[in-house]
Design a protein around this ligand. Structure first.
Ligand SMILES: *Cc1c(COP(=O)(O)O)cnc(C)c1O
Length: 461
């Protein structure tokens, strides 16, 4: 097999304007056939991708700081994944695991049971999308506890199906016009962005608020508490030390199933296989998807054997759940993580990004925080004098990067965060080039603000 990474140069290259003429023509055709309900971050059509490069149909080579939203962590054409998928494609594409079995499903489950945090006997269920994993975790927690209610948090993102939309916090674009949503979903505050909340906000005060919410509604009515160990779409919000441990204690005390949504953070993204390891906290159930199968659709619920086995026979499933091609891809992903190099890369990505981007917090009046862990990093654009979020500035910086061949994504409940999710296989030189472009775009946008001098003076006052 010819490997894409051997023939796709790992350098940024602008052959045309971005988007170029070929992409623009294809985009026009798309608009004639595809619903306008899908947005697009950068309207270029991709021809090949691998390492840290997306090559478009005009011959532009774009630096990938998105990894298809934290999916292609092992690269978009990883040889471990390609080899196993090709072999599986040669054997069969589907049987439906509920009709006849195949061993790769079991092997993916066995790997997850071993590597997911939690020193207890585990079982795993495989599904297709992240939202499906979240929905099934709620089903399993309800079956196990005989309770109905679900506790979620401010800035949460858990998917786009109707139940997961009820659990997701952000209104536009996710929830707008799509209600009503299923009930029995309660939302609690989180201990994040403490710098913006004043000195008295600590994990302790936020945990008290969670406890008060549970007490007010009856803790014995809650089946599950669902939390992202670092909140993704909400803005790469890292919880204050002790917050996750405090939730763990509350969940244990009240017999509530703690569900760790590691769909974006899992599989090495934050420099450990699972982000909850940083806090030394294990969910009763842990959810994975995104990077699990290197781009093929696969998700999983992994957790305590007694909880996972509390569901009646036939209660869980799905036509494509744990598809054999996706399982083969996941086994390739596990192989790619085996020698520890990729986890090391995630930590190197963090130190390089800190070196290049963290000084912007002091140098500008608009970068309020540089945060994240490993290769899950973000810059928040907030006017430091007024604490007003700056979504237009985040969009302007992203557009400037896109024009120069660097793909970054915007996120955050206020749309004022630029997030970095490079593939863990990106080369250091390529990464530095991409981060310097981002740094230049931020500096230019900061200096172009009409009140730049004013705000900088206020911020340093
Ligand atoms: C992406 C994501 C989901 C939803 O996954 P889909 O595969 O898009 O359904 C759920 N939770 C988190 C934390 C996510 O990042």
């Amino acid at each position: 097999m010819t490997l894409i990474q051997d023939t796709l140069p790992q350098t940024r290259h602008l052959a045309t304007a971005i988007p170029g003429p070929a992409s623009t023509a294809l985009h026009r055709e798309r608009e004639a056939h595809v619903t306008s309900g899908f947005g697009v971050a950068l309207p270029v059509f991709i021809n090949r991708a691998g390492g840290g490069i997306l090559e478009d149909v005009d011959g532009n080579r774009i630096i990938d700081l998105a990894a298809g939203i934290a999916v292609t962590s092992v690269g978009a054409s990883n040889p471990h994944v390609q080899t196993r998928v090709a072999a599986q494609m040669g054997r069969f594409t589907h049987t439906c695991f509920m009709v006849t079995e195949y061993d790769s499903f079991t092997q993916v489950a066995a790997w997850l049971n071993t590597h997911v945090p939690g020193d207890f006997d585990k079982r795993t269920a495989l599904f297709t999308t992240g939202a499906e994993a979240v929905e099934n975790a709620v089903k399993i927690a309800r079956a196990a506890t005989g309770r109905e209610r679900v506790l979620v948090f401010d800035d949460a993102y858990h998917g786009r199906s109707l139940l997961t939309l009820a659990m997701t916090a952000k209104e536009n674009p996710y929830k707008l016009t799509f209600g009503p949503f299923p009930g029995e979903v309660f939302r609690a505050p989180t201990a994040t962005r403490l710098w913006a909340r004043g000195a008295e906000a600590t994990a302790t005060s936020e945990l008290k608020a969670v406890e008060a919410l549970l007490d007010e509604n009856g803790p014995e009515t809650f089946a599950a508490m669902v939390i992202e160990p670092i909140q993704g779409e909400g803005g790469f919000l890292v919880p204050a030390p002790g917050f996750l441990a405090g939730l763990r204690e509350l969940a244990t005390r009240h017999g509530i199933v703690l569900v760790m949504d590691e769909i974006q953070t899992g599989l090495g993204r934050t420099g450990t296989l699972f982000a909850s390891e940083h806090d030394g906290v294990a969910g009763d159930l842990t959810l994975t998807a995104k990077a699990l199968a290197g781009g093929l659709p696969l998700s999983a619920v992994t957790g305590r054997a007694d909880i996972m086995n509390s569901v009646h026979k036939g209660g869980l499933g799905g036509t494509y759940a744990g598809n054999p091609v996706a399982c083969a891809a996941a086994l390739g992903v596990f192989e790619a993580f085996e020698d520890g190099t990729l986890l090391g890369n995630a930590n190197t990505i963090e130190s390089t990004a800190r070196e290049i981007l963290e000084p912007l917090v002091a140098e500008t009046s608009v970068v309020a925080e540089f945060r994240g862990r490993g290769a899950m990093l973000a810059l928040e654009f907030t006017d430091k004098a007024t604490l007003a979020p700056l979504p237009a500035l985040a969009a302007e910086v992203a557009a400037a990067c896109h024009g120069q061949g660097v793909l970054v994504l915007v996120c955050g409940t206020d749309g004022n965060v630029i997030r970095l999710l490079p593939p863990l296989v990106i080369g250091q030189e390529l990464l530095r080039d991409g981060l310097q472009v981002l740094r230049g775009a931020i500096t230019a946008a900061n200096n172009a603000r009409p009140d730049a001098a004013n705000t900088a003076a206020l911020a340093s006052a």
